[in-house]
Structure formats: structure tokens, C-alpha cells
Write a protein that binds this ligand. Structure first.
Ligand code: MTE
Ligand code: MOS
Length: 772
């Protein structure tokens, strides 16, 4: 059907440029003569009063032009995205984490600035510090933001009267974003109060507003531009505000272009990561493995400021049901302040930490009852007509989980392979295998309802070429390709006729972050709206000029068809221009149906759900704890795909990133609060050699979004991240085999080889009750 599908399936519009090095990133923009370079001076205490900050040696270091401290900030010393004013650009009075920016140095070269930053003489008076969420709760540390409670049914009596009841604790680690391109901002001063900032941010509008705030000027004086990012993964949603602010302050002060780009170690120390959680659960269930009641406490290490910790910990609760119906449930978040870097958005935005808690409870039940985990999962899936109410009182209306899981179970040959794994392990060798099939259900929409809006600006030039701008940013996910496809399809022209220009706050104002996987849902619709406005004018023009009925005008095959006539698109546009038809439009979209009342914990925060499932098989070495991923099969729902190539790429990448989070990526702070894993040498992300030996990824061809999304597609950016949980659960089964599957291994994440080995030893010694 012409109107419902996108005609072409082009590869990523920058694919060739990416691999040939011709794609322009912020650091590739030619520098004006006299460009200066800024570098941050970071604290070396987790919590301390600043007794003395002596920058004399910094100022006289070779190549240095000057330094910036709080006193040089013309506006407010704050870049907090929440309005809580809890995130200074430069620390004053005291520092609250190791790596906190205290000053910046500006020099003729980046190297000079970087060296000079080390010359500061700082005297601290140490204060007690708290590093992790459990410690913070024990020490009665404050929340960084108000906690959330989701509740339905009557939990206490349901737990008391449950036929079986289990409780436990799970620690789930954080994660560094490891974007290939680090943080960067490049500011160019203009006349009056003007400044242009080129940056690698997922949220140009927020960066614009922050720069205006620190400069004490109106937002209209500040332009933020983003051509593309070399990966963001949530790490550039708010964290870039700091760098944009510092570059802009320096650029205005010295009236020179100023660039700031921390090296990887400082990037990892000074910017936020995925929140690690300590989760306490108490679950009641019956003989069949059906859950009757759940109580969950979700404590997160938020760091020294709120940043996005409120919505991140909220989203953990929204996903603590994963695909399962909890008849009685109470979930509470504890967004703990800690003396560590302020944690932030990361693919899934807290959702993965909720989902893994659900999967842990499923595991507990399966081991307690001696069942296959998949049977317990199935017994608890949301229903279609009943058992379909979430803990936040939204009805699940689009449940396709059972079909997804049935199809994957068959395609991956799960039952037979599980039998084979059990038989393999029964021979009692050093190597053990595990297999797990895990589902994911993920809610799509920003839970901050006002964020679910988008704009576009569409120009058709009189040569028939189309320039399209939207509020989203390109970070590798292929958003620009999808939106260009939508525009090409609307005008019935080739993809190559559409150019998506860089994202700029000058063209589309007040945009939302490109986040929550909603980039193509929101911007695709806004772009389509812009195209449709222009088309409506063109149809009116054609009907009048060719004396035809408006409904006989069609845009297809690079032509405009009017009744039986066909005019090449470019000629038609030229004629429309000559007839003074307006060939430009601003489009707009806001997501319908959603609402959310945080105080009562009720609403419909999500427009729809995305579904998927993965089946992974692993082998572990019980002498060393090492493991390998033998095979993964994925069936992941993207509705009617806008671009199967891009969608499959997103699913593969998300799965691998999710697996990395749960296996080898370990963040480690020492007792003083210094992050010791601040480079790829000590922080291990998955390599090409860690991918599954056999990797099958499929999209359910039959799926389409029942809601009226762009071309009936579904968001794809984050949901498949949680498919990595299948690897974690398969590792758990392999470990469980050493104690005959009698006890749930209770692996914490990440399950590094070291942790797997310790869990094997623990189970062999019959110490089942200790997490670790
Ligand atoms: N894919 C690539 N290649 N690079 C990225 O930085 N970010 C992810 C996901 N996929 C990311 C990515 C995250 S965290 C989100 S929210 C979505 O892309 C954002 O883009 P979308 O809304 O257009 O899917
Ligand atoms: Mo993605 S964590 O919403 O940027």
C-alpha cells in the first residue's frame, strides 16, 4: 500500500562517510584563526571543603591565556537540567565527587591547556563521603529527588498468604557509555550577546537554554548546532551542558573561538553513567509458579546531583514488571545522593534495571519449584483481556508477547537445545552450558508528557530539491535516514532529492532530547506534517491550473500526476513557484492519548509497548569462570519497519551493549571515591570476538503498531538493549548446573568471569544464600 509503507530501504545516509572518515564531527569543523582551547581542572577528593584554590602556576604555564572560575560566569553557575540548581559549572566552597570540575584553563593549544590544568595548588578539608546506594541508605543520606511509589492491590496480606514466598537482594552495576567520540563543544562568539556553539549533544535546545543561563542572556542569542554525534547512548543528553557552557563563557570572555574536548580518562571521570542499583525483592507465588504479590525496593546511586535520576529511577519502576502481571504489587524507588559523579541517561533509561529484577524473581521461582524458567515466564505473561493491568494502572492493550515467544521458541529450537544442554551438563565436565529465553516489553514515550512533541521545517527549493530540518539529532541510529525516507515518500521522489540539514536551534525551537527511542516517532510525524502542508498547497494549485479534481493529484515516481497528465516533480515545483505557492512549512506533532500523574502513580505514560525476545546459549569454564556466547536468536518487534537494515543494526548493537553491561563492563571506584576504570584498558566493552558465534536476528513480519504511529512503525533504539539479559540468565543456568539446579545462583551484575567463578565455588560449597 503506497500510503502506508516507505518505498525505499536505503542504507544509513552517512554509511560511506562513516567508513571513509569523511563524515564531519564537531572536531572536524575548520577552526577560525586564533581558536583557543579549554581544559577542565578536576577535584581529587570525593567530598571536601575547598580551603584554597591557587591558580597562579596555571596562569603562568606556557601558552596559557587565562583561567575561568565561578567568578567569570556572567549568569548563573548552574547547568542542572531539572531546575533544582544543584549542578554548578565550577564547584564553589566544596567538592562533592572525585572528578568534579573546579576551574577551566584556556590556552593556545589543547595540550598546553591540559598540562596547565595539572598545575593548580588546592588545599582540601576532607568530609565524610558515601559512595554507593546501599551505603547511602544505611547512612540516611538524602534523596536527590522525590522517590516514586507504584502500588496496586493489597501487598502485605497477599505476601503473607502466598503458598510460597522468597526474598533477596540483587546488585546491578552501572555502565559507561563509551561513545567513540567523547564530549566536545566548540563556541564561536558573535556580535552583541550572540554565540554559536557546535556540539555533540543529544539535546541542542537544552544546551542552548543552559548556555543562555550561564551567560545571563536570552535564548535567542544562543545557537546550538549538531551535525552528528559519534554515539551518545544517553550520555550526551544532559552531560554536554557543562562543556557547552565552558566553551561559550570562554568564547565571550576572550572574543575568540574556543573548543573544549576532555581526554577519555577525564570524560569517564567527570561525566555521568548508567545508575547502578541495589534491589530488594519479596515475591509470593503459587505451585504453578504464578506470582501473587511483589514488593520491590529500588535504590540507585544517583551521584551528587539529581540530573535525570528522577525519571531514570521512575522508569526502573515502570519496567519492574517487564512482561509479567503482578496481581498485588508495591514498588518504591530510592534515588540516593552519593559522593560520586552524577549518573544520567543510558539506553533504556533505568528500564533495564527494572526488567532484570523481574527476571531475577522469575529465576528464583523456577529454581524453587524445579521448573524451566521459560515455563514460569509464560505462566506470568500479561493477558489480553484480563490480567492486563500494570503497576501504574495502564492497561496493556497491544500484548503480542506470547506470539513473539512462541515463534522464537520454535525458530531457536529452544526445547530440544535445552534438553541437549541438560544432557551435556549431566556428564559432569569442567565446561558447563546454559540456555535462556528472555522477553522484553518496553514502554514508549517520555514519561515527562510535555517532552512528547516535535517540530520540523521543510523547504522545497524551486529546483525541486527538498531540505528538511527536524528537532532530532543523529547519533548513528539512522534517524536522519528514516526521516528523509518519510519525506521522499510523501513527495513521491527519490531519496537522493531530500537533504536533512544539521540540527540547529535556529530552525526548530524548544525541541526535546533525542532520547526515549522516540526520535523517529516524533520527528518522523513532524516532518510528515510539514510535507503534507506543502502538498496541500500544491494540490490546490494543480487542481486550479489543470482544472482537475484535487483527489486526482498524486505524487509518485518523481512526478506529479494530475488526472491523466504527469509533470516531472522539478518542473511542477518551478511552475508552483512562479505561481507564488508557498514552498516551505513548519510541521508539528504531539503524541496523543498519554497522561501521567506521578503523585498518585496512575496514568497512561506510554503510547504503546515494544516487544522482543532473545534466546542465548553460553559455555562457561568452571575452573576459570571464563565464558563464551555460543548462539543467540532474536525476534524483535519494530511494528512495520521503516527501514529493516537500520532496525536490525539497532537490535544487534543494543543486544551487544546490553550483554556488555551484564558481563564484562565493570565500573570500580576505590575507597577514596576515585573511579579506577576510566579507560578502555581497565573497562572492558565487548569486542568483535565476544559476539555470539551464531547470531540470528529477525523482525516479526506480521507486526504493525496498532496505534497510529509513523507508518505504523515502532521505536527501536532502546528496547533490544534488554535482550542482553538472555546471556546473563544463560550464564546463571550454567552456574546452577554445578549444584544440580537446586539453587538459584543469584548472580549479581556484571557477571564477570571472576564473579562466575566465585558463584561456582559458592554453589559447590552449598552457600546458596549469599549474593555475589
Ligand atoms: N545507536 C547508535 N548507533 N548510537 C547511539 O548513540 N543511542 C541509543 C539508540 N541507538 C544510540 C543508538 C539511545 S540511548 C536512544 S534513546 C536512541 O538511539 C535515540 O534515537 P532514536 O530515538 O532516534 O531511536
Ligand atoms: Mo536514550 S538513554 O533515551 O538517550
Amino acid at each position: 500500500m503506497k500510503d502506508d509503507t516507505v518505498t525505499s530501504d536505503p542504507r544509513h545516509d552517512s554509511a560511506i562517510k562513516h567508513v571513509t572518515g569523511r563524515a564531519e564531527y564537531t572536531d572536524d569543523i575548520p577552526e577560525p584563526a586564533g581558536t583557543l582551547h579549554a581544559y577542565l581542572g578536576l577535584s581529587t577528593r570525593a567530598h571536601a571543603r575547598i580551603r584554597k584554590l591557587d591558580l597562579a602556576a596555571v596562569k603562568t604555564a606556557p601558552g596559557v591565556v587565562g583561567v575561568l572560575t565561578e567568578e567569570d560566569i556572567p549568569g548563573e553557575n548552574d547547568v542542572s537540567p531539572t531546575g533544582l540548581n544543584d549542578e554548578p559549572v565550577f564547584a564553589t566552597g566544596k567538592v562533592e565527587f572525585w572528578g568534579q570540575p573546579m576551574f577551566a584553563v584556556v590556552a593556545e593549544t589543547r595540550d598546553a591547556a591540559r598540562r596547565a590544568a595539572q598545575q593548580a595548588v588546592i588545599a582540601y578539608e576532607d568530609l565524610p563521603h558515601v559512595l554507593d546506594a546501599a551505603e547511602a541508605r544505611a547512612a540516611d543520606y538524602p534523596y536527590v529527588t522525590a522517590p516514586l511509589k507504584l502500588e496496586r492491590g493489597d501487598v502485605a496480606p497477599a505476601l503473607r498468604t502466598a503458598p510460597h514466598r522468597l526474598s533477596g537482594q540483587m546488585r546491578v552495576g552501572g555502565q559507561d557509555h563509551m561513545y567513540l567520540e567523547g564530549h566536545i563543544a566548540f563556541a564561536i562568539p558573535g556580535e552583541d550577546e550572540d554565540v554559536i556553539v557546535h556540539s555533540s549533544t543529544q539535546h541542542p535546545s537544552e544546551a542552548q537554554h543552559m548556555v543562555a543561563k550561564v551567560l545571563g542572556v536570552n535564548s535567542h542569542a544562543v545557537t546550538v548546532n549538531v551535525r552528528r554525534m559519534g554515539g551518545g547512548f544517553g550520555g550526551k543528553e544532559t552531560q554536554m551542558n557543562l562543556f557547552c557552557a565552558v566553551a561559550a563563557i570562554a568564547a565571550k570572555k576572550w572574543r575568540c573561538a574556543v573548543k573544549i574536548r576532555p581526554d577519555r580518562d577525564d570524560d569517564m571521570s567527570a561525566t555521568g553513567k548508567r545508575h547502578d542499583f541495589v534491589i530488594d525483592y519479596d515475591v509470593g507465588f503459587d505451585e504453578a509458579g504464578r506470582i501473587t504479590a511483589v514488593e520491590g525496593q529500588f535504590a540507585a546511586r544517583c551521584g551528587f546531583s539529581a540530573d535525570l535520576s528522577g525519571p531514570v529511577t521512575d522508569r526502573a519502576l515502570f519496567h519492574a514488571d517487564n512482561a509479567y502481571y503482578y496481581p498485588n504489587v508495591r514498588l518504591t524507588s530510592h534515588p540516593m545522593k552519593t559522593n560520586s559523579v552524577s549518573n544520567t541517561a543510558f539506553r533504556g533509561f533505568g528500564g533495564p534495571q527494572g526488567v532484570i529484577a523481574a527476571e531475577r524473581m522469575i529465576e528464583e521461582i523456577a529454581y524453587a519449584l524445579g521448573k524451566d524458567t521459560l515455563d514460569v515466564r509464560r505462566a506470568n505473561f500479561y493477558g489480553t483481556d484480563d490480567r492486563n493491568l500494570t503497576p501504574y494502572h495502564q492497561t496493556v492493550e497491544d500484548n503480542i508477547m506470547p506470539r513473539i515467544v512462541d515463534e522464537l521458541e520454535a525458530n531457536a529450537d529452544y526445547r530440544a537445545r535445552r534438553e541437549a544442554v541438560l544432557a551435556y551438563n549431566a556428564s559432569g565436565g569442567i565446561l558447563r552450558k546454559g540456555i535462556a529465553l528472555t522477553p522484553v516489553k518496553f514502554g514508549i514515550s517520555f514519561t515527562a508528557t510535555w517532552y512528547n512533541q516535535a517540530g520540523s521545517l521543510v523547504h522545497v527549493y524551486n529546483d525541486g530539491s527538498i531540505a528538511l530540518n527536524h528537532g532530532g539529532t543523529e547519533m548513528g541510529q539512522g534517524l536522519n535516514t528514516k526521516v528523509a525516507q518519510i519525506a521522499a515518500d510523501a513527495f513521491g521522489v527519490d531519496f537522493s532529492r531530500v537533504k536533512i540539514t544539521r540540527t540547529t536551534t535556529e530552525k526548530v525551537p524548544n525541541t526535546s532530547a533525542t532520547a526515549a527511542s522516540s526520535g523517529s516517532d516524533l520527528n518522523g510525524m513532524a516532518a510528515l506534517d510539514g510535507c503534507e502542508q506543502i502538498k496541500a498547497r500544491l494540490i490546490e494549485f494543480a487542481a486550479e491550473k489543470w482544472q482537475a479534481k484535487p483527489d486526482t493529484v498524486r505524487f509518485a515516481d518523481n512526478q506529479v500526476h494530475i488526472g491523466s497528465e504527469a509533470v516531472p516533480f522539478a518542473d511542477f515545483i518551478k511552475q508552483a513557484y512562479m505561481a507564488r505557492v508557498q514552498l516551505s512549512a513548519a510541521g508539528f506533532y504531539k503524541t496523543p492519548k498519554i497522561h501521567w500523574d506521578r503523585a498518585s502513580g496512575k496514568g497512561r505514560p506510554f503510547y504503546y509497548f515494544a516487544y522482543g525476545a532473545a534466546c542465548s546459549e553460553v559455555t562457561i569454564d568452571t575452573l576459570t569462570g571464563e565464558y563464551q556466547l555460543d548462539r543467540t536468536d532474536i525476534l524483535h518487534d519494530v511494528g512495520r519497519s521503516l527501514n529493516p537494515q537500520l532496525d536490525i543494526g539497532q537490535i544487534e548493537g543494543a543486544f551487544i551493549q546490553g550483554m556488555g553491561w551484564l558481563t564484562t563492563e565493570e565500573l570500580w571506584w576505590d575507597d577514596e571515591g576515585q573511579l579506577r576504570t576510566h579507560a578502555p584498558s581497565t573497562y572492558k566493552i565487548p569486542l568483535a570476538s565476544d559476539r555470539p558465534r551464531v547470531f540470528n536476528v529477525a523482525l516479526p513480519e506480521w507486526s504493525e503498531n496498532r496505534e497510529n504511529t509513523i507508518k505504523r512503525s515502532k521505536a527501536v533504539g532502546e528496547p533490544p538493549f534488554m535482550l542482553g539479559i538472555s546471556v546473563f540468565e544463560a550464564l546463571s543456568m550454567a552456574v546452577a548446573s554445578v549444584a544440580d539446579y537446586k539453587t538459584c545462583p543469584r548472580l549479581d551484575a556484571p557477571a564477570t568471569p571472576e564473579c562466575v567463578l566465585m558463584a561456582v565455588e559458592r554453589l559447590r560449597e552449598g552457600r546458596a544464600d549469599v549474593s555475589g
